[in-house]
Write a new protein. Structure first.
Ligand SMILES: Nc1ncnc2c1ncn2[C@@H]1O[C@H](COP(=O)(O)OP(=O)(O)OP(=O)(O)O)[C@@H](O)[C@H]1O
Ligand SMILES: [Mg+2]
Lengths: 376, 308
């Protein structure tokens, strides 16, 4: 019983002529560490309390003083028996005792909240589309300015971003494509064997990877690797006011941050896509050598014969478009960050999800388009 | 939204047992630094630094920019592993502990970082509640909200600020919100890194008064890094001077002025130092005059020189 805070209620009737209410005697330490145990009981006291007696309080801090003050205020009681420290503390916290405590901004009631949230969602969606169009417009304007004033172009930043987007992702893209090549060739061979058409594994591996998988998988990898990095980095710079600082110095964030990144993604994607296709074909050739008995070099030589050259053009035509999408999604979402650190996470997620989604949708369009124009 | 900051209920609170008060520190020196050395690569910030802070004092830390005041504070609160040396806070060794290890002192100090370091996804009130939730989960929500509210008001912010997010506040208001969070647990030890930088002079003076008031009412020990000479004159009991990778002197301002170290002389006797000194003298004279008409007030008719 030594350690906790306690209280007792005594009737004051005895020494007065009329009943004035009860005396609330607080005992023990009234500290932030002990208040949790008595607060609820103190709150539930009802009936009149005329005095709050602190003479039994062994230790007190601002939380204890606050509780005493708000008790006194709630019951219209008087505080007695406060030592010097307690009275000082109560003087400091007294003015803010009582009153509503809302630590969160006021929220409208549920009935109003639902339509409000829906409305906000609609406006946000509309605003998002407008914002994206404005962003693309500003981007084009920046490209225009840079073409008119090529000396303002930041070559170093572009090279740096090309290194980050392109060179640094060579190992992971290569490994991924090699493994995909193996899977496609191996699974393809299993199916084709049923028709005795194992030799078509070469067509399958070569055409599929050059035309579709190489570029598509690379775009997904770059969205996850570089698109997220764009969004997170630009978003953090927005939060720390670095972007604002750039503007005041007369540096256009569009030219300094965004153009190099988007251009880097645009330029590196075709190279990475081609590299990925080559690695996948090597993977296919490797597994064919091991399990199908097609010699490695024969596999590669056959690729030349069975894959039409336009498959390469199809892949290479899609790649820069995918690069643009990844770059724009990352940079746009990064620039939308404001207010707090949670936004960085949200926007980064959005950048990656939107980029991958758009890449896949566009890839479907491309597939139909190129088939229609006769590059089937 | 604030799920990052809710305390893990299933995790044992090693630091404190709710419901029982922890003993206040009764020793002589709540902070003891012995032989502290800090290096970043080749750059040596501290070398063999010694410092003892007395219980119940406001110790001002001064030194040029980049002399390692913030690094010293980070070392003391265990955020920065020193290259060598020993640090004791409230009688516990910080140097043997890992940065996130429970050392039983975290609920007993409050820290105001140079940049405020408020949690940006939480309102000011919720920021103040984070340490309360962390260490005293048994406090009821209502009381916790009320505690947050009065701490915010106590720190000199208007009541409306309680429900605002940090990005909706001005720089000075963020400082105050940071102070409110530092005071959340009624700590025994308060670390303030340039609390008055960026405040208007009236606000800064009020902040000084608040610090002093809190220190006296709560019996705090305050470790106060500042470049503000008025703060030093107004509220610091002693001042420690950081230069040449060491604490070169600790003492009252008068004691420091008696030394003839060039940097100290430059610091306190430069134009700004003299201005602060003069305003301090004026203030004392005003108090003396207010105390009684017979009180001697020569300083009022003849203000100290250099008081520009
Ligand atoms: N993480 C770090 N890595 C490398 N050097 C650092 C690091 N943190 C601080 N420093 C160096 O340590 C020195 C002291 O820094 P510190 O922030 O302690 O200065 P300060 O005395 O607080 O200055 P100010 O008064 O401007 O706040 C500086 O020279 C700084 O460059
Ligand atoms: Mg500093």
């Amino acid at each position: 019983m030594q350690s906790g805070a306690h209280f007792s209620l005594e009737d004051e009737r005895s020494h007065g002529s009329e009943s004035t209410g009860a005396r609330l005697l607080l005992t023990g330490p009234y500290l932030v560490s002990t208040i949790g145990g008595v607060d609820r009981d103190l709150r539930s006291i009802n009936g009149s309390v005329s005095t709050v007696d602190l003479s039994g309080v062994t230790e007190i801090d601002t939380v204890g003083a606050y509780v005493a003050c708000s008790l006194a205020q709630k019951h219209g009681a008087e505080v007695v028996g406060a030592d010097e420290r307690a009275s000082r503390l109560m003087k400091a916290v007294g003015p803010s005792a009582g009153g509503e405590a809302n630590v969160r901004p006021e929220r409208p009631v549920t009935l109003a909240r639902v339509p409000e949230t829906v409305g906000e969602g609609v406006f946000e969606f509309g605003g998002g589309i407008k914002g994206l169009i404005a962003f693309i417009g500003a981007l084009m304007a920046s490209f225009g300015t840079l073409i008119l004033h090529p000396r303002r172009f930041r070559g170093k930043a572009l090279v740096r971003q090309m290194e980050l987007v392109g060179v640094a992702s060579l190992p992971i893209v290569g490994l991924m494509s090699f493994l995909i090549g193996i899977v496609v060739a191996q699974q393809g061979a299993v199916q084709l064997r049923q028709f005795g058409a194992e030799i078509y594994t070469i067509n399958l591996t070569g055409r599929l990877n050059l035309r579709e998988l190489g570029v598509l998988m690379t775009a997904i990898m770059i969205a996850g690797r570089s698109g997220s990095a764009f969004a997170a980095q630009i978003g953090t710079m927005k939060l720390t006011e670095e972007v604002d600082a750039m503007r005041t110095i007369g540096i256009s964030p569009m030219e300094a941050l965004i153009v190099p990144r988007i251009l880097a993604a645009f330029l590196m994607m075709p190279l990475l896509g081609f590299y990925a296709a080559v690695m996948a074909i090597i993977g296919g050739a490797f597994i064919a050598d091991l399990t199908l008995g097609i010699p490695f070099l024969t596999f590669l030589a056959r690729i030349q014969e069975v894959v039409p050259i336009y498959d390469l053009w199809v892949g290479l035509a899609k790649a820069p478009v995918f690069g643009l999408i990844v770059g724009i999604a990352g940079c746009y979402q990064g620039m939308q960050v404001k207010d707090n650190s949670e936004q960085v996470g949200l926007r980064t997620t959005k950048a990656v999800v939107q980029a991958i989604f758009m890449v896949i949708v566009l890839d479907a369009f491309f597939a139909v388009f190129f088939t229609k124009v006769g590059w089937a | 939204m604030d799920s990052d900051f809710t305390s893990a209920d299933n995790e044992l609170q090693h630091d404190v047992q709710p419901g029982s008060p922890h003993a206040r520190f009764r020793g002589e020196h709540p902070i003891v630094v012995r032989g502290l050395t800090n290096r970043f690569g080749k750059q040596c910030i501290h070398e063999d630094l010694e410092l003892k802070v007395n219980r119940g004092e406001i110790l001002g830390i001064v030194g040029g920019s980049g002399t390692g005041k913030s690094v010293l504070m980070r070392s003391i609160i265990g955020l920065q592993n020193p290259t060598a040396g020993e640090i004791e806070v409230l009688g516990r060794s910080m140097t043997d502990a890992e940065p996130d290890e429970e050392v039983g002192v975290r609920s007993r100090w409050g820290v105001l970082f140079q940049g405020g370091a408020l949690f940006s996804t939480l309102t000011v009130g919720e920021n103040v509640e984070v340490p309360l939730k962390q260490f005293y989960p048994d406090i009821e929500t209502d009381l916790r909200h009320e505690i947050a509210r009065y701490k915010v008001i106590l720190s000199g912010l208007p009541e409306e600020a309680v429900a605002k997010y940090p990005n909706e506040l001005s720089g000075g208001m963020r400082k105050r919100a940071g102070l409110a969070r530092a005071l959340a647990l009624d700590p025994e030890l308060l670390f303030l890194d340039e609390p008055t930088a960026g405040l208007d002079p009236v606000g800064a003076a009020a902040f000084d008064r608040l610090t002093r008031e809190l220190q006296e009412t709560l019996g705090l020990t305050v470790f106060l890094i500042t470049h503000d000479l008025d703060t030093l004159y107004e509220i610091c009991d002693r001042v420690a001077v950081l230069a040449d990778r060491k604490v070169i002197a600790v003492g009252t301002i008068d004691e420091l002025l008696a030394l003839d170290h060039p940097w100290i002389q430059e610091y306190f006797n430069g134009p700004r130092g003299r201005a602060a000194q003069a305003s301090q003298e004026r203030e004392q004279a005003r108090i003396a005059r207010a105390a009684g008409p017979e009180a001697d007030t020569p300083a009022m008719d003849n203000p100290a020189q250099g008081g520009a």
